[in-house]
Design a protein around this ligand. Structure first.
Ligand code: GLU
Length: 470
């Protein structure tokens, strides 16, 4: 399956590169992965030596440090890591982030190891990456991905700082750290938050939502199917349900599916999984063991938020959604993409839909490098300006400012407010560019959102190369 994943990413790239008419040789240069480091290292645990295999693929560095997550899973391989690294290059270019693309993986099932063992393994992996030039704020900056979390990132940052205490920017060698350990508010929710902002942007645009056969600009009552209630799926589902009033009717997990036509209580299900390590026994919906077929449940929005290649030639013609939002990386194969496209099902592609994580990683990296919290210099003066403005308005109108408005208007902006505002801005901006390309009048056939996103990203990288006369 993952062998095809690399081919799929390359096919999507080739189509875009061809349409852009890139100069000979340049298309190939941008496409290939610059370097892949493979390491096999030993760790003494449980009274014996265990050997682990890991990868870090750097797809590109021309835009800045290579950025992208590290995943821990037992079924990873080099091709998958390289495909994911390429996606990171395109994602960062699309969002105008000053990064190249990278991805790492460790062949391990984290559930089989105790936290103190995972710590030892992670620290060894970090040493290998460091020693071979695949970890530093200026060159290669990992982040969480499947099977890793803020704790994993903290161990990596700590290991780096032990080895390089003289590097003043040491904390910026990795993002997705806990807030108390040099991280930033809102990083954990960021990818799910970005999915929500992407969907909101799509619904706000009449042309775009009409292309998916969606009439109303309101998300109220939209039926949502989510695959995977991990960090990304959970936050996306929670925000869509709590803030946009969507109905999460189906949640698909590793061990089955929960359905409830009136809407699943996402937080309750999430808490149930955390406690019991299974969705089995959850009382807020109907359980069925065959989860995979639930991808074809009738809904308005389908959010695959788990693995790659889950929507393929075999099930694409049965998908019963108007809109698919790729919260995971690569959940739709190239063949399936064409089937969905022919069926008029709109796909919001991964390199845009799940970019929230790396956008907030960017904020964290900037915070680490600047050594000053966001908003520190202007916070009080902004507050004073707002107070003066409110006072003047009261004077001019002879009326007092309503107290509930006062709290919203006069509240000091916290880090989380700034992070969300920055993230929303970048998602809205990127969507406007994609939408403009999709809806451009001069073309014979309407581009898909994926084609438009790829073209924007690759066009940007190609222009950077051309500017350097390479
Ligand atoms: N692993 C996430 C992704 O695939 C985040 C990467 C990052 O923050 O660098 O986009």
């Amino acid at each position: 399956m993952s062998g095809n994943f690399l081919k799929d990413v390359e096919s999507m790239y080739d189509t875009a590169a061809e349409n852009l008419g890139l100069p000979e040789g340049l298309a190939e240069k941008i496409k290939v992965c610059n370097a892949t480091y493979v390491t096999r290292f030993g760790v003494r645990l449980r009274g014996r030596m265990f050997t682990f295999r890991g990868w870090r693929a750097t797809h590109s560095t021309s835009e800045g440090p290579a950025k992208g997550g590290i995943r821990y899973a037992s079924n990873v391989n080099q091709e998958e890591v390289e495909a994911l690294a390429a996606l990171m290059t395109y994602k960062c270019a699309l969002l105008n982030l000053p990064f190249g693309g990278s991805k790492g993986a460790l062949e391990i099932d984290p559930a089989e190891w105790e936290p103190h063992e995972l710590e030892k393994i992670t620290r060894r992996f970090a040493q290998e990456l460091m020693r071979h030039g695949f970890l530093a704020s200026a060159t290669n900056v990992p982040a969480p991905d499947m099977g890793t979390n803020q704790q994993t990132m903290m161990w990596i940052a700590d290991e780096y700082r032990r080895y390089k205490p003289e590097d003043i920017n040491g904390m910026g060698c990795v993002t997705g750290k806990p807030v108390a350990g040099g991280g930033i508010e809102g990083r954990t929710e960021a990818t799910g938050r970005g999915v929500q902002y992407a969907i909101q942007a799509f619904f706000r645009s009449e042309k775009d939502r009409h292309s998916a056969g969606l009439e109303s600009d309101s998300l109220d009552g939209m039926r949502v199917v989510v695959q995977g209630l991990g960090n990304v799926g959970y936050h996306a589902a929670k925000f869509l349900a709590d803030e946009d009033n969507c109905k999460v009717i189906t949640v698909i997990e590793r061990d089955g599916v929960i359905r409830n036509a009136n809407g699943i209580d996402v937080d309750a299900l999430h808490a149930h999984i955390a406690e019991h390590k299974t969705i089995l026994g959850f009382e807020g919906g109907r359980f069925e063991a065959d989860g995979a077929t639930a991808l074809t449940d009738e809904c308005d929005i389908l959010v695959p938020a788990a693995l790659e290649s889950v929507i393929h030639e075999g099930n694409a013609s049965h998908i019963n959604a108007r809109l698919i939002v790729e919260a995971a990386n690569g959940p739709i194969t190239h063949d399936a993409d064409q089937i969905l496209n022919a069926r008029g099902i709109v796909v919001i592609p991964d390199l845009f839909a799940n970019a929230g994580g790396v956008v907030v990683s960017y904020f964290e990296w900037v915070k680490n490098l600047s050594h000053i919290p966001f908003g520190l210099m202007e916070r009080r003066s902004d507050e004073r300006d707002h107070r003066n403005l409110a006072r003047s308005m009261e004077k001019m109108t002879g009326k007092t400012f309503p107290s509930e408005e006062q709290t919203a208007f006069l509240n000091v902006r916290q880090e989380i407010d700034l992070v969300r505002s920055g993230l929303e801005d970048m998602i809205v901006q990127a969507f406007a560019e994609i939408s403009q390309k999709v809806n451009a009048k001069e073309q014979d056939v309407r581009l898909t959102y994926r084609e438009a996103a790829y073209q924007l990203a690759i066009g940007r990288i190609a222009s950077a190369y051309t500017a350097m006369n390479l």
